[in-house]
Design a protein around this ligand. Structure first.
Ligand SMILES: [Zn+2]
Length: 246
């Protein structure tokens, strides 16, 4: 049944969207792709970057993994199979993207597993806990600073801190950092709250996440929505040795 829906969806796409955008598909097929934006998002089925941003084929190069994380650069490169790093490398070195967006989100199961640690259902999986340990440093800060606070508050703090941590890790790739310093590439830390349909962006000046501006949408921000409870100075201090840059 689930697959029937996919095939019906493809039929609709083939007869509708594909036909309506025939010129675009022909151009993409003959000239290749030249997206200006790399989005690194979570594999979570509820947070599709293309749908959230209403982009067209060819607009965004997308990597999705558990919890939208960027692992630290492996220097010198080893022979392990670094899927996310390879995609970042191709987008930056091969496609010359001008923006990299890390797109974290509310109710992230990967971040919850990181917070819950050995109590998580995923604790015994083969690959998951090693992967999410990418954000262990900011998890430790949140768990320590927010001890005694509700779990949801800690998870949210880690969701947001992990996005900033991933931006810091991006700067560990020399060819990427070089482009940022030259002004050819801009990094963005975003967090989407699917409970309220609101997108937040990290403001490096205040070290907090703020609702994005410049879009004409009905305000849906719930008054008093609690953003990252980690004190900004604590977060920035933890990341200082990674030199985050926005
Ligand atoms: Zn997620």
């Amino acid at each position: 049944m689930a697959l029937d829906r996919l095939l019906k969806g493809f039929a609709d796409f083939r007869l509708g969207y594909y036909r309506e955008h025939l010129d675009l598909f022909e151009k993409l097929a003959t000239e290749g792709q030249s997206p200006k934006i790399l989005i690194i998002g979570c594999a979570d089925a509820r947070v599709d970057p293309g749908i959230l941003t209403q982009t067209r084929p060819g607009d965004i190069f997308t990597v999705r993994n558990i919890a939208a994380m960027v692992p630290p650069a492996q220097i010198p490169p080893d022979q392990a199979q670094h899927g996310t790093s390879a995609a970042i490398e191709f987008a930056v070195r091969g496609l010359d993207v001008e923006h990299v967006v890390i797109l974290g989100h509310a109710l992230c199961g990967g971040i919850a597993a990181l917070v819950d640690g050995s109590k998580s259902d995923a604790a015994g999986y083969d690959y998951l806990s090693t992967w999410i340990s990418v954000a262990r440093n900011v998890r430790d800060i949140a768990v320590n600073d927010l001890a005694g606070r509700p779990r949801e508050e800690i998870v949210r703090a880690v969701e947001q801190a992990s996005v900033v941590n991933s931006v810091a890790n991006l700067m560990g790739f020399p060819w990427l950092a070089e482009r940022v310093r030259a002004g050819k590439l801009v990094l963005h830390a975003w967090w989407f709250n699917l409970k309220e349909g609101q997108l937040y962006a990290f403001n490096s000046g205040t070290a907090t996440f703020e609702p994005v501006t410049g879009v004409e949408v009905t305000p849906t921000v719930q008054q008093g929505t609690k953003l990252s409870a980690i004190k900004p100075e604590r977060l920035l201090l933890a990341l200082a040795n990674k030199k985050p840059a926005f």
